[in-house]
Design a protein around this ligand. Sequence first.
Ligand code: ZN
Ligand code: ZN
Ligand code: FE
Length: 756
Amino acid sequence: MPMGSYTKSLIIVVKGVVQGVGFRPFVYTTAKAYHLCGNVSNTGEGLLIHLEGSADAIEQFCIILRDNPPKLARIEHIDIREQESKNFVGFEILDSTDKTKTTSIPPDVAMCDECVSEMNNSHDRRYGYYLINCTQCGPRYSIIETLPYDRSSTSMKIFTMCTECQEEYNNPMNRRYHAQPISCHACGPVLALMDKEANPIAQGNRVISKAAELLKNGSILAIKGIGGFHLMCDASNESAVTTLRMRKKRPKKPLAVMFSHIDELCEYLLPNEQEVQLLTSKERPIVLVQKGDRSLAHNIAPDIDTIGAMIAYAPLHHLLFKYFPSPLIATSANRSDEPIIRNAKELRERLGDVVDFIVDFDRDIVNTVDDSIVQMIQNRCMTLRMGRGYAPFSLVHTGFTPLKILAVGGQQKNTISLAYEDKMILSPHIGDLHTIEAMEYFQRSVEMFKRFYDFQPDVIVCDKHPTYATVQWAKDQGKRLIQVQHHYAHALACMAEFGLAEKVLAFCFDGTGYGDDGTIWGGEVFIADPYDYQRIGYIKPFRLLGGEKAIKEPKRVALALLFEVYTLVEVSTLKLPLLDHFKSDELTLHHKAWEKRINAPLCSSMGRMFEAMASFCDILHDNGYEGEAGRRLEELYDPASDEIFEFAMENGVIDFSTMIQKIVLLAQKKEFIRIATGFINTLVAIIEEFSDNYCVLSIVLSGGVFQNKTFLTLCVTRLEEKGRRVYFQEKTPINDGGIALGQLYYAIHNEKSLLS
Ligand code: ZN
Ligand code: ZN
Ligand code: FE
């Protein structure tokens, strides 16, 4: 007998994202091609394959399984064991039986090319079908109620398949074999257009041409997508955009734009090669892309040179663009910073005064999920908001956690995270938790996670901030509680993503976080590992005039910095543009508050420093949106200049007094480019100085301030030139969206010592 032709029998378990991605048909066809017998099934453990046949054929099968699995699958682990021959006859696909829940939840996937061409083919039975999908595309996470992923556990369960759909669903050789959301014109959800009072206007495919007509007239439509509704209007219509901004009470924050196709996008914007790849990927995130010569309505992203752009990803979008052949504003349907809205009823209640018309269909969104937002920095893709296409996001760590751990994140850009065994799972963006609605959404997300992962937490991890809603919530659960300092959690989040367990030098720069000494931190330098940290540097604390109010008013931060350096009399003689933004008696009042420390908490926040600089540069004094100061300073930054300011550092305390004096001189001469450039260069120099003192340690850069592309690029370039290893988060949010992951990483490493 030739070598390898003996019969072998194997049990193969494939773990990771293996359900709802066409994995079983793939196994079936591959096994058939190699004349192998056995069966394949979905279990709670993963995909289970029994395989019998010649050793050669089995080897070939395993190579294909490893190297060429279905496009959408994400294999985390393959376990292969030999077993005694079971004398299988033929190869079968078995139904899911085991109801335990440890496989990963598949994310939503943008419409695939095959579905696009079917939808555009007038001879196809799904011609113009607005919810077309297959095993390679369509909704997943957003429609799943529980695992395993079967139609009966999705919001499609109420739709009975027609005979033709059922046949496709049952046929392993069909592209829609076990495509859970399968449907067609005959059996699927119905599309409806209504006005904001819920009066019906059109149904079925007529909705699309009618909606396009309304958009052309400058109306604002709420259009149901995959994980929520978008507010849409004509992106070339200045007054429609203004109306949307006024109604949504969102004066300046950039709005995302949806393009029909990458070619259309390239007429307006200047994406590089990697950005094109991201834009057209199956995840279809919003990508921040440089503006080009051809312009859209200029109030889309005022005063900055990028636009958050995405390409149509749902069939309904593609159909809409047939009738409306130009770019559309596509911003999440929510009140600013509140959670995204799930259904038309909520939409009317909360956004009734914002929208003119609503396009809806009766496939429920079970789990809302926002569009993801990413940007390219230094050839790496940075996730700014984790959402559709990526979430829930799972990571594997090297240890094993016997307990079930839930981390509840921070207060802004909240996400939650959980750990069991060797897994860490990060939820999609939940949002800012300042309202009751947002807290309800947070709790719904916790419940959803518990259901998905069959999870009752033994330990809950939260921030140290006494008034964070998540901290209150965590304390009320009556479980073992671990609290992790906010900026340490930022550093840990980066360490979690890269699996770092050694000591690192971490720069954690953000807007706000509760410090161990009860002051507000945000410009922190740590030596940290997963067990402990040491604060070796920080910005010399200054008083935040008006507390929370200062966050919205950069001029207050600038004034506070002036008071640190000058007397009131001196300040009032300065010829600074920013001082024109205070009324005559305000300076005295503010100074009194500053002096007596009334509502003027101490802070060491780098985010606030950026805002102060924007005010010194006379570009932003009031009502900025988060991150605006940094982005506006980038616009001023002069890469050809090596302007740098003097700063003092004693025992790691960074004193900006001399820098402020210099900036005042420059501001009086309106030399704003020099201020912006000098400030950013000075921060880079500070980071370099610290890192020179700890040259054996790898460097971690984390916190919202590092979303600033100019600043981060400079830091990474300089440090790497010196041969340093620099880490910043790519797959998980570098802003407060990553806090939950950092908290989790701490608990994973410390649960034993903390709980024994
Ligand atoms: Zn498809
Ligand atoms: Zn059908
Ligand atoms: Fe933070």
